[in-house]
Design a protein. Structure first.
Length: 277
């Protein structure tokens, strides 16, 4: 047991020695570092000493400058007092101006509120106008379509009117021709009626005044044909019977010519004869 304890103590001491050796090494390193730092700090201190000397000189110079500036500050204080009085006056003026600005600001707020309200109304009216514009655009498109349709209808109507005008002119020409033809027909009807009346009278005259002499002449001609043994006296007597019939025919011819002349005239007789033909 004692040997074990001694061995453990030995090991523990050995570990402590090794640990101390490590610490000594670290301390040496730190010492070397501190030496370097001390040399560096000494150099820094020397530099700072030089800088302090320079700073003292600068402070002395600055003190002289401060004195000068103090004198300048005194003068500046007088000026500041004067400016302070001016500032107070200006502050009073600014207060009055601020009051006026506050009133103006209050008025501007009112006007801004009114402007906002009017702006809202204008926006509402703008939206309404935009809707109206959209509706007007749609209506304009529909009107354009309707106008296009009406234009087509107008073109068709113009064509129909032109055709009707041509037909009207043709009908008018036909009506004038028909009127002239009707006038000619009426004239022709009058002439024909006049011819018919004349023909009826002529037929009446022929049937009453021509038939009797012709019948007498035919009867005497038949007698002469039947009997060949007539004497000269009998022939003269029979021929004497023919003379009144011939005279009657000659009188009828003259009377008929006078009748036709009274109806148609000399030119009318030739025209009537051509019409009858």
């Amino acid at each position: 047991m004692n040997n074990d304890e001694e061995l453990e103590d030995y090991c523990r001491l050995k570990r402590e020695l090794e640990f101390q050796k490590v610490e000594i090494k670290t301390l040496r390193k730190e010492l070397s570092i501190s030496i370097v730092e001390n040399t560096f700090q000494n150099n820094e201190k020397q530099q700072r000493a030089v800088e302090l000397i320079k700073a003292k000189k600068e402070l002395a110079f600055q003190n002289t400058e401060k004195r000068k500036r103090a004198d300048e500050l005194i003068i500046a204080n007088y000026e500041l007092d004067f400016q302070k009085d001016e500032k107070q006056k200006r502050a009073y003026e600014l207060l009055t101006a601020n009051n006026e600005l506050a009133q103006q600001y209050h008025q501007k707020q009112k006007r801004t509120h009114e402007f906002l309200s009017t702006t809202k109304e204008l926006l509402i009216q703008k939206n309404k106008k935009e809707k109206w514009i959209d509706e007007l655009l749609i209506a304009n498109q529909e009107l354009a379509l309707q106008q296009h349709k009406r234009q087509k209808q107008d073109d068709e109507l113009l064509k129909l009117n032109k055709a009707l005008a041509v037909q009207y002119e043709e009908k008018k020409a036909l009506a004038s021709e028909l009127t002239l033809a009707y006038i000619d027909m009426v004239k022709t009807d009058k002439i024909l009626r006049k011819h018919i009346d004349g023909l009826e009278n002529m037929i009446f005259m022929i049937s009453h005044k021509v038939r009797q002499p012709i019948a007498q002449i035919l009867g005497i001609a038949n007698l002469l044909e039947e009997s060949i043994d007539y004497s000269d006296d009998e022939l003269k007597k029979n021929v004497g019977y023919l003379k009144p019939s011939a005279v009657n025919l000659d009188d009828f011819t003259k009377e008929f010519t006078a009748f036709m002349t009274s109806i148609y005239g000399k030119e009318g007789i030739s025209q009537s004869s051509q019409t009858l033909k």
